[in-house]
Design a protein around this ligand. Structure first.
Ligand SMILES: *Cc1c(COP(=O)(O)O)cnc(C)c1O
Length: 222
């Protein structure tokens, strides 16, 4: 596996060269991460708390650790001190727990809200009604130790490119709509995390600012 060559190939096919590439290194061993690091990658994405905790102390300190998977509330405390961005905040309960853990260690934790855009039932995330309910609540306005930097979404796992495009397009529309809304100061909608190995070009065409790419860089995960 030539990780540097893969990275070059991925970068070359970016529709938007200023889109941030988060290298998704889940299940991959440290030498693979170091190969990406040496090729210039500083943003790494992991989806398991145990794994991100094991890798973090072993990698250079300027790595930015992105938690991209579903996160259980009872595990937030382990990553709160070092996580750069939590992409998958999919419930108000989880957001409140992140706020609570941030408060404990006096750190404002950057997060993205995960929006349910896929057809599959199984994909996590807020729907529009849940989002609006949360925004309207007093409890939300009183959060002090989170910063909401944007939205994240995963398209349906399908060959149907028009379906994927439609879902990303819908997420971008929601993003633009929310940016017009009067929301508390800790909501700064700048980032739109959408796109993986199979669909990052469509995602970039639809306005993604961050793509989370694993297998196209590190190979399949067996
Ligand atoms: C695994 C994963 C990715 C990367 O998937 P690839 O298809 O390997 O690029 C992106 N986002 C999330 C949330 C993931 O869990």
């Amino acid at each position: 596996m030539d990780i540097k060559a893969n990275l070059d190939a991925v970068k070359k096919t970016f529709v938007n060269p200023s889109c941030l590439l988060v290298a998704v290194s889940k299940t991959k061993p440290l030498p693979d991460l170091m190969a990406a690091y040496e090729a210039g990658i500083r943003d790494f994405g992991e989806n398991k708390v145990q794994e991100i905790m094991a890798k973090q102390p072993e990698m250079p300190s300027d790595v930015r650790w992105h938690m991209i998977g579903h996160l259980q509330s009872n595990k937030v405390k382990y990553i709160a001190p070092f996580v750069y961005l939590i992409h998958g905040v999919d419930s108000f309960k989880l957001l409140k727990e992140i706020n609570k853990q941030g408060k404990k260690i006096n750190r404002i934790i950057p997060v993205l809200l995960q929006i349910h855009i896929a057809e599959e039932e199984s994909k996590f995330g807020f729907d529009r009604a849940e989002l609006e309910e949360m925004f309207a609540s007093d409890e939300f306005k009183q959060l002090t130790h989170v910063q909401i930097k944007g939205l994240m979404g995963m398209a349906t796992f399908t060959e149907d490119q028009s379906q994927i495009r439609k879902e990303f397009h819908g997420l971008k529309q929601l993003f633009d709509e929310l940016k017009q809304k009067a929301l508390p100061d800790f909501v700064q909608l700048e980032e739109l995390s959408m796109g993986m190995s199979g669909d990052y070009r469509i995602a970039q065409e639809e306005g993604s600012t961050m793509v989370r790419i694993g297998s196209a860089i590190f190979g399949s995960r067996g």
